[in-house]
Design a protein around this ligand. Structure first.
Ligand code: ADE
Length: 231
């Protein structure tokens, strides 16, 4: 079994690559892929660059070129729910695209024909995450995560996203990964640690907390890799 671990930004994967043994790097389609092992488990780690298009490309390459059997995403997100604070971990039970809009044709926000508004993540990987959290004494929030090609720094917009999709957090890649993994029948899991509250302070908070929150997420993902191996 080979596990893909993906982030969007260098800061999101550096704490992962640092912990790998026997690392080799391949450049493919203008991106770097790090193959190695973690506690004996084969992994391939890459960051996609920000946004749905780059995330789609990287997720597809991880599965189709590198032959990964599952994909774990690690990174940061903006909070929608007031109970999510900076550094809190949130796992997606489903992912939707908040900026996908053909409502002019009578469809709901986030829907295109032959697609679905919300793509669920793998239940088994979610339950492994809960077991890891329990073992570590960590609180894990779970809910819909909304994805779009926009950095949200506006309370009105984030409130709309929260209400329209019943979403708890937002980011810029998760739903793209979901579309790819769903189409290729590959189990996937999306974990985010909160870096900001998607409000008027979001860009400042993001810059301040990107590194620390990304590390919280990455450390948790590595514990999950150990559990998946034992399973
Ligand atoms: N990722 C982290 N914070 C975000 C925000 N406010 N908007 C979009 N993606 C994010």
């Amino acid at each position: 079994m080979k596990i893909a671990i993906m982030g969007a930004m260098p800061e999101e994967i550096e704490p992962l690559v640092d912990k790998l043994d026997n690392v080799s790097m391949t450049v493919y389609a203008a991106n770097k892929y790090y193959e190695g092992s973690y506690k004996g488990q084969e992994v391939v780690v890459a960051y996609s660059k920000i946004g749905k298009v780059f995330a789609t490309l990287t997720a597809t390459i991880l599965l189709e070129k590198f032959g990964c059997d599952m994909l774990l995403f690690s990174g940061v997100a903006g909070a929608i729910s007031d109970d999510l604070k900076i550094g809190d971990l949130v796992i997606a039970d489903g992912l939707c695209q908040h900026d996908l809009d053909i409502t002019a044709f009578g469809h709901p926000y986030g829907f295109v024909p032959e697609g679905e508004v919300c793509i669920p993540t793998d239940p088994k990987l979610r339950s492994i995450a809960k077991a890891v959290a329990a073992k570590k004494g960590l609180t894990l929030k779970e809910g819909v995560i909304a994805t779009g090609d926009q950095f949200i720094a506006d309370v009105e917009r984030k409130t709309w996203i929260g209400k329209t999709f019943d979403a708890h957090a937002l980011e810029m890649e998760g739903a793209a990964v979901a579309v790819v993994c769903n189409a290729l029948n590959t189990p996937f899991f999306i974990l985010r640690a909160i870096s900001d509250a998607a409000d008027m302070d979001a860009s400042f908070n993001f810059d301040e907390f990107l590194e620390s929150s990304a590390k919280i997420s990455a450390d948790f993902i590595l514990s999950m890799v150990e559990h998946i191996q034992e399973d």
